[in-house]
Design a protein. Structure first.
Length: 111
């Protein structure tokens, strides 16, 4: 999976380049988040603007990551959620767990 990773002050921004996040890709994303947590980062933004499909394992990674980040006193926000992904989050009632913004700039400013 292609992930663009940038740090803005104390916020890690992961931009997912691929259209699909399956089991293999979700594990890679979890490793990126885990590494950032180990380095003291507590604020995360995941840009899903290019993502058209998520597997159940990727949903699990989002929830597990959010829980770990929250326990560390941080926050995880989603950006650019496409209609299909939003529909999946709504259907699974996971949409209630995440703050969703339209742009990375809005997400960073809201911390």
């Amino acid at each position: 999976m292609k992930i663009k990773e940038k740090i803005y002050n104390d916020v890690a921004v992961f931009s997912i380049i691929d259209e699909h996040i399956g089991q293999l890709e979700s594990g890679e994303l979890y490793e990126h988040i885990d590494n950032m947590i180990a380095n003291g980062i507590k604020k995360f933004v995941i840009d899903l603007s290019n993502v058209k499909w998520l597997s159940s394992s990727s949903l699990g990674v989002f929830v597990a990551s959010r829980n770990i980040i929250t326990k560390k006193g941080g926050n995880l926000k989603l950006v650019g959620v496409t209609e299909k992904v939003q529909s999946l989050l709504t259907l699974t009632q996971l949409i209630q767990l995440f703050e969703i913004t339209d742009t990375v700039k809005q997400a960073i400013a809201s911390f």
